[in-house]
Design a protein around this ligand. Sequence first.
Ligand SMILES: [Zn+2]
Ligand SMILES: [Zn+2]
Length: 419
Amino acid sequence: MDLLDDVRAVLSEGDICDGCLGRRFAERSYGLTSLERGNALRVAVAMEDDEAYDPPSSDDCWVCDGDFASFDDWAERAASAAEGYDFETFLVGTRVPPLVEENERLLDEIHGDDYAASFSSEFNREVGKRFGERVGASVEFERPDVTVTLDLSRDDVEVDVHSVYFYGRYRKLERGIAQTEWGCYDCDGTGTRGGDDCETCDGSGYIVDESVEELLLPAFLEATDGSDAVFHGAGREDVDALMLGDGRPFVMEVEKPRRRDVDVEALQSDANERAEGKVEVRELRRVDRDTVERVKSLDASKRYRALVSLGDDVSQDELDAALDALVGTVEQRTPSRVDRRRADKVREREVYEATGEADGDEATVELHTEGGLYVKELVSGDEGRTKRSLADELGVEATVEELDVLSVEAEEDFVEAAR
Ligand SMILES: [Zn+2]
Ligand SMILES: [Zn+2]
């Protein structure tokens, strides 16, 4: 069939706008919009048939019912919905009204869709072009800063501002600080039970008053003007353990940021100032969303320093022998201190190095272990639940009194910088 015969066939189905007509032939030639294609084809048919040119009225289009004439309007609405947010990239999506979808399908069935572009892809492109010009941003398919959804049925524009992510390492220099906000389980964080102050948390709503997350959060929220922030850590240390050395990797995710392009160095020093020496951040930089998963699944080896109290005096030789015997594979059942609802299972973990200094009925021990090993249980034996323990090897009770993380050792390249 001839191209113009195809056009005549489409025109014979009923009044159709230039946009919808042109879309049928989207893959013929290039550098043209659907409106230009539709208009050119309509003119060509009028000329070949030597009949009066009959300009279409988009409101009468049986396929889109006039929606295809509203690109500027939607672009303007999207721009005002996105106002106040600073972003460089976006993606537009369109929810097509069911009736338009049905009309399109009908046309496809009658005339085939070999050269056609769908309503939604055209709508996305045309509104996206206009929106991008208004807000000074460009289209990005993989990781847009912002997603705009045009809901044509509900006559609604949704703007989804995606989170911004910062990677860093934190050091915890004071004990008694949780990693993330730790709400009271007895009062659900409200601080009251049955009209009185909750006894579990003294009415604070928190089991541990301070957390690394809460200490760092204000600086991140202020720098980005975000709505909220979520802390993702590469594992965690006990509330009472210090985190020393180069610190533990983390990602701070800020939701609905109004600013993305922040001065990361200034943010880091502001965060450190506000944390008053309790927590210290280093190596801060912007990263992609993917880094969250990488950081969370990071099973890095760790170096610990533990202060251990012993059931009896132990000599340096005895301690050395016991620590030597500890190096290698240990079997740990889920520790008795862990939530009982968790499944009990046996894990094998490696102890790479163990050294220490005896001092009467105390010892200071340094351990280098595989990620996921429970150190308190490695020392105490957890009533036989951890096999090979310092207590067993020494033949006396052994309890961790203080535990610090000296370093978290990770592969070098698990962090991917943001664009
Ligand atoms: Zn139309
Ligand atoms: Zn409480």
